[in-house]
Design a protein around this ligand. Structure first.
Ligand code: SF4
Length: 370
């Protein structure tokens, strides 16, 4: 956290003593030096997104992500969320790991576990937050103490519309931000600030055109219309955010995706322009890019916690981890080792996990023809 932000006069250009245009240029250069691939600046008016956001909530598309509703319209009103905010610096950090197994080959092998590309290495939150703090300190060397607050993938912030408004890319039909020259495999972070920095032009062109590849490939039909995602059907939501019993009708569609889903990004033609991350932290750890389901299911809770130290996966906990793997094992080709593992795990499992194990055992049995 920086100094508290105060409500000041709007757009007090030019502020005495500080060349804000030069500062904005410097901020973008420092951001790149700190490992971000792009930075752009926008204001706090996201009012055009309010109706769509409210409709999405009213339709219940946020599922059990109560935090989405909790902040209400503050999500669309950054100056209410953080009083005094005048500008938002939106930053992009690419995460595609260069040393990971080819994704389709993992998705097509039902004995392997598919984990979303962003979660193969260390947690990005800590790394990005640290870099945002470093950027704020650089700014401080020029302007002295100033009001700011850093956000990384944070619930109260509409980070994608902010990035679009800052000019970092357009909102694709799959609801992710796409950059014309870098695709969509990137994280977003924001620095809310009270500095009257000049704004960058928004992205006004949408380059999806007639393409509907992401809508067509979505295994659970979660993209119900261009730019409209029913999170309750989204595999990323079901395997990461959702802690309960996965709906029966969706389980067969999940395939071997045990943590997140990348299909809409894998199929997007703009990702031929994606660039590999330069961060060692985002490279796969513990062979998570192509691990056998049986290997991961065997991890005890202690092993899960130890091996996934510093990984975003750790947050879902050992029970949901095994729940997700059980579903994938139910979807796997008939396999005696899988059946044995599931059967052995059944009695000690929680009620929720046991329900998924029983489903998986029944699926294995049906597919074995008996
Ligand atoms: S797959 Fe096609 S429709 Fe979907 S986001 Fe990419 S370009 Fe847009």
């Amino acid at each position: 956290m920086g100094a508290p932000m105060n409500d000041g006069p709007k757009d007090p250009f030019p502020a005495p003593g500080i060349d804000y245009r030069q500062l904005a240029e410097n901020i973008k250069r420092w951001a790149v030096e700190l490992g971000f691939q792009a930075a752009a600046i926008t204001d706090v008016d996201l009012s055009e997104h309010e109706p769509g956001f409210l409709e999405w909530l009213e339709l219940g598309f946020h599922g059990e992500m109560g935090y989405m509703a909790r902040h209400g319209l503050k999500r669309c009103r950054p100056a209410e969320l953080e009083p005094g905010t005048r500008r938002i610096i939106s930053l992009r950090m690419d995460y595609l790991p260069s040393k990971a197994e080819e994704p389709w080959s993992v998705l097509e092998n039902s004995r392997l576990a598919y984990i979303s590309r962003y979660a193969l290495g260390r947690d990005y939150h800590k790394l990005m937050r640290k870099r945002l703090q470093q950027l704020a300190r650089k700014i401080e060397t020029v302007v002295g103490a100033f009001g700011y607050r850093a956000f990384v993938d944070s619930a109260p912030v509409l980070e994608k519309p902010i990035a679009e408004k800052a000019g970092l890319g357009w909102l694709g039909k799959h609801t992710n931000v796409i950059s014309r020259d870098a695709g969509s495999w990137f994280f977003l972070g924001e620095l809310f600030t009270d500095l009257p920095l000049p704004r960058d032009p928004p992205t006004t062109d949408n380059h999806c055109g007639d393409c509907v590849a992401c809508i067509d490939i979505c295994p659970t039909r979660a993209i119900v219309a261009p730019g409209k995602l029913d999170a309750r059907r989204c595999i990323s939501y079901l395997t990461i955010e959702y802690r309960g019993v996965i709906p029966l009708e969706l389980r067969p569609l999940i395939g071997n995706r045990i943590y997140g889903c990348d299909d809409c990004q894998l199929v997007c033609p703009w990702n031929r322009f994606a660039r590999y991350s330069v961060e060692a932290d985002f490279q796969p750890r513990h062979g998570l890019d192509a691990a056998a389901l049986t290997t991961l299911f065997r991890w005890t809770e202690a092993e899960f916690l130890e091996r996934l130290q510093g990984s975003p996966i750790r947050r879902i906990g050992h029970e949901c981890w095994r729940r997700n793997i059980a579903v994938a094992m139910g979807n796997a080709e008939p396999d005696a080792e899988i059946v044995e593992l599931l059967a052995n795990a059944r009695d000690a499992a929680s009620e929720m996990l046991r329900e998924h194990i029983d489903w998986a055992l029944a699926r294995q049995q049906t597919r074995r023809g008996g």
